[in-house]
Design a binder for this molecule. Structure first.
Ligand SMILES: *[C@@H]1O[C@H](CO)[C@@H](O)[C@H](O)[C@H]1NC(C)=O
Ligand SMILES: *[C@@H]1O[C@H](CO)[C@@H](O)[C@H](O)[C@H]1NC(C)=O
Ligand SMILES: *[C@@H]1O[C@H](CO)[C@@H](O)[C@H](O)[C@H]1NC(C)=O
Ligand SMILES: *[C@@H]1O[C@H](CO)[C@@H](O)[C@H](O)[C@H]1NC(C)=O
Ligand SMILES: *[C@@H]1O[C@H](CO)[C@@H](O)[C@H](O)[C@H]1NC(C)=O
Length: 251
């Protein structure tokens, strides 16, 4: 390649790089920090019971810190106040504090789903809650094939359509549901046959459902991470440094 051809190519490479930088730099300042689940729900205006349960169980803090650290994002099903009001009276009070935490965590999936990714996901889906026998409590999501397809969530105890989306900006998706998602593990028929193993004594796997435990399951349950954000970020950061070095050398 001749000297002039090289200069010519380099010149255009710098222009292209500067344009690319300008384009990628522009949308950056939009999210001032990780999203805040409580703020999203408060804006929705009809989730006061769910917000209270999130706070009491401190799952709100767990969610916010996971949103700041997780590359998989999170999906939250938010039952409306009407959903809680239509529960059989005493339902919440009939379960232990520990089970209330399980109930709240059951509404959180350790992965970001849009309505269209739900359609291509195979059931069952892990939630952040862990079942009595160990492993994650799961739920199913089914999507109709018809036009304006409805997405249903089913737990084995209740089935309800996703009523609307409060947010679907990665890393947080929040969907409104008109029923409380009652986990089969807590509200299904209590028959010994349904347990995977005959329980010896005590309640195995019913340890404190800590943030650490759920964060762990968040990592495990993503069987197919579609992208490695930290890797790409490092790559783009490196490329950006090289490009700006070239840029400043030329200008
Ligand atoms: C999240 O939002 C709630 C309500 O708007 C607020 O009380 C809380 O301090 C916020 N949390 C964080 C971590 O910003
Ligand atoms: C998010 O994480 C970073 C580093 O992990 C930390 O410095 C920062 O304080 C966190 N922000 C919030 C709002 O938790
Ligand atoms: C969703 O659930 C409703 C009622 O439970 C049912 O009529 C409908 O067929 C379900 N749709 C899908 C796609 O499963
Ligand atoms: C969820 O889906 C799995 C796999 O299709 C199925 O075996 C299971 O019975 C379903 N459970 C519920 C509660 O729909
Ligand atoms: C993502 O990439 C980083 C840097 O290349 C690597 O350290 C990390 O292990 C990768 N994570 C996954 C889940 O592949």
């Amino acid at each position: 390649m001749s000297y002039f051809a090289f200069i010519f190519a380099a010149f255009f490479a710098v222009i292209a790089a500067r344009q690319a930088l300008a384009q990628t730099a522009a949308p950056a300042p939009a999210p001032a920090g990780p999203p805040n689940i409580t703020a999203v729900l408060a804006k929705g205006g009809q989730y006061t019971t769910f917000i209270r349960l999130l706070k009491e169980s401190r799952v709100d803090e767990q969610i916010n810190s996971q949103l700041n650290n997780s590359f998989n994002g999170l999906t939250v099903f938010a039952p409306t106040d009407g959903a809680f009001n239509s529960l059989k009276s005493g339902t919440l009070n009939s379960i232990s504090q520990q089970d209330q935490i399980e109930l709240v965590l059951y509404h959180v999936l350790p992965k970001f789903y849009t309505l269209s990714t739900f359609a291509t996901t195979s059931n069952p889906l892990n939630t952040q809650a862990s079942a009595a026998g160990g492993g994650a409590d799961t739920l199913n999501v089914t999507t109709g094939t018809a036009e304006g397809q409805q997405v249903n969530v089913s737990t084995g105890v209740v089935e309800t359509p996703i009523a609307s989306a409060l947010t679907t900006d990665f890393p947080l998706a929040v969907y409104s549901v008109n029923k409380v998602l009652l986990p089969y593990d807590l509200f299904g028929p209590k028959s010994p046959a349904s347990a995977p193993l005959p329980a010896a004594d005590g309640k195995p796997g019913k340890g404190p459902k800590s943030a650490a435990g759920s964060a762990e399951s968040a990592g495990e349950s993503s069987s197919a991470p579609e992208s490695n954000f930290s890797g790409w970020r490092a790559f783009f950061l490196g490329a950006g440094l090289v490009i700006s070095a070239i840029g400043s050398a030329f200008c």
